[in-house]
Design a protein around this ligand. Structure first.
Ligand code: AP5
Length: 218
């Protein structure tokens, strides 16, 4: 199963990518997670990316394309993958298409998550993230057991810098300008499925499972 999760920030792509990757035993490739890891480790790439990310702007195409190419070349992606947060520009989509064509492993589906702007803002502003294992919680919709530490690894949860109101505004604007055109791009390739992602995590998972089940042997 080779799929892309598309959608505005905060629509729940990462939450569902974790569940789908576990369910179908495929690799989750999240460019956001990879970039945050590079920032934490203070690599040259992380230092370059941090400023863009904190402001809610996109990191340059060349940086993220390189990251994804490395992941796709890794044997762990051979059984399939869920791409979460990539591609985000037409250039990224074209480069992904070229890499997959060369590997004779075309995409099966691109799922576009749809949620109202009001709900997106609620989801983003209440999100709390684990800086160590990247698990995601929500103060109202998915609280951790203690309310302030990670259920998986015990680390103290934090609010991402880009989940603050000013950065959220920028991210939504950047999404409309640079990422939303991919809906038409993949629609033209007849790869797109629209997903109403406004229900609970379980309801969305059920609908997503229905969309993706034909692309797996399970
Ligand atoms: P990234 O981490 O990819 O951020 P994003 O796409 O903006 O997505 P989010 O992680 O904010 O949201 P999500 O849709 O995954 O929602 P989640 O499941 O967490 O990227 C961060 C930055 O890195 C970018 O701004 C950019 O700078 C850079 N970057 C990354 N990729 C790039 C690329 N390809 N090119 C250039 N730059 C790139 O859910 C959100 C919250 O809602 C959580 O609290 C969750 O618990 C809750 N929730 C989830 N589902 C539900 C539900 N059904 N009901 C109620 N609450 C829910």
């Amino acid at each position: 199963m080779r799929v892309v999760f598309l959608g505005a920030p905060g629509v729940g792509k990462g939450t569902q990518a974790d569940r789908i990757a576990a369910q179908f035993k495929v690799l989750k490739i999240s460019t956001g997670d990879l970039l945050r890891e590079a920032v934490r480790n203070q690599t040259a790439l992380g230092i370059e990316a941090k400023n863009f990310m904190d402001q809610g702007k996109l990191v340059p195409d060349s940086v993220v394309i390189g990251l994804v190419r490395n992941k796709l070349a890794d044997p762990s992606s051979a059984k399939g993958f869920v791409l979460d947060g990539f591609p985000r520009t037409v250039l990224q989509a074209e480069e992904l298409g070229k890499a997959l064509k060369a590997a004779q492993a075309p995409l099966d589906r691109v799922v576009n998550f749809e949620v109202s702007r009001e709900d997106i803002i609620k989801r983003l502003s209440g999100r709390r993230s684990c800086p160590k294992c990247q698990a995601t919680f929500h103060v109202e919709f998915a609280p951790s057991k203690t309310g302030h530490t990670c259920d998986r690894c015990g680390e103290v949860l934090v609010q991402r810098n880009d989940d603050k109101p000013e950065a959220i505004e920028t991210r939504l604007k950047v999404y409309e300008e640079q990422t939303a055109p991919l809906i038409k791009y993949y629609g033209n390739q007849r790869l797109l499925s629209q997903l109403n992602a406004s229900g609970s995590v379980d309801t969305v998972f059920e609908a997503l499972f229905g969309v993706l089940a034909p692309y797996t042997k399970i």
